[in-house]
Write a protein that binds this ligand. Sequence first.
Ligand code: SF4
Ligand code: SF4
Length: 504
Amino acid sequence: MLYQPLEAAYYDFEIARDPARCIQCRVCERQCSYGAHVFDEALGEVRSLSAKCVGCHRCEAFCPTGAIRIQRHESDFRDNALWSPQYLKNIYKQGSTGGVLLTGMGNSQPYPVYWDHMLLDASQVTNPSIDPLREPMELRTFLGCKPDALQFDEGGRLITRLTPQIPIAYPILFSGMSYGSINLRVHQGLARAAKELGILYNTGEGGLHASLWDYGANTIVQVASGRFGVHAGYLKVARAIEIKVGQGAKPGIGGHLPGEKVSAQISVTRMIPEGTDALSPAPHHDIYSIEDLRQLIYALKEASDYQVPVSVKIAAVHNSAAIASGMVRAGADIIVLDGFRGGTGAAPTMIRDNVGIPIELALAAVDERLRQEGIRNQVSVLAAGGIRCSADVVKAIALGADACYIATAALISLGCTVCQRCYTGKCPWGIATNDPYLSKRINPEIAAERLTNLVRAWGHEIAEMMGGMGINAIESLRGNREKLRGVGLNEIELDTLGIKAAGK
Ligand code: SF4
Ligand code: SF4
């Protein structure tokens, strides 16, 4: 008989508290939603329960005297190239619980990060660089199906019928995160920031809270397999509609918001009974072919009076290029490719870490295929899943994207430390939680300001990188792979990415 669960013995983090600095203010105790700090009445001091620490660093950030350091706690198991401590700990946990291992956020395994193996060009003598402080730089781009050519009548009037286009001031959008997986205050911050920036945020699959309808012009509403919160008004208020077929963090499986997180407000918005589990089926039960997808795309266009583009989001998987081709032919105006580093509120660990492919490879393959088939202009391509910085955005656009979705980066700007415990509903930073006490840690106005600052900062950096390459418009960067070179990549990887090796 074991004295305690083994997974509790081999815990991940050690709370180091400096007694010389600690003033026993108990801030850490109040900030920790996992009970890793407790006040010992008998001793009159705060004690650490390191086994409960999830590595969120909230206490470290809020300790007024800098008395806390969160450190790795690694038991030195015997070296074994196969049986690393992570596998042992997972098996101990499953031996205790009999359950599926859950996690949050995106794939954290050490697969190659191709962004870090691509370098950007810079102008030197010929084709001089452009100074973005003195010259106009066009970061604005338009999302939607473009005609291959424009036709004008004898009077010079445009006679080509244009499908709906969405101008976005930066090539960056906030990706889908559902109301329920994150709370209303975060959605309010995202909506306000999107309006301020002239970009779009995405509701995710949890519907649109009534208080956010005023932000419809900056909102992409999602239609996922569970159809939560989908009704005629929801489709008409939005600037774009996104059919979520797949998600990078958990390709091929559905979603699950536990009943305890389905509060009264969430139940109204999702249009499901309060306290019931919100289960999204793995497939859309009306999509079993490209023809079925086409029917849904046109049903949504019809429902929105053909006033907004319809987007289709898939996870980046082995045959993304062929799937994307089918999506374009089915009438999608925008396609979203979500790479395996894409975040989530909850996913089975084995799915998250072993299913899907990197966004860089999927994006390059899709752009190439659509160009070969002569249908690239019929669709805008959005890259998502692990976009960490402005350089990733520039590289993604040079690989073929029109713009990038960010989500994890947006949450990090609000304090998220990627502790991967979103699925517990106890996010100490007040983000992935609907707990009224924890949610108040997010002030929507401050959140909007931080998100706005983040995108503006990236915008400045994107303009600088473009200027350095002698490019003054995002449209000229799109698919311009000549501006990329690979380092540390083999021939097959270079070929898939469609770029030359550095030095060539
Ligand atoms: S927050 Fe810092 S100073 Fe306050 S009790 Fe905790 S460790 Fe001590
Ligand atoms: S949202 Fe919260 S729970 Fe999720 S990774 Fe970030 S800090 Fe952790």
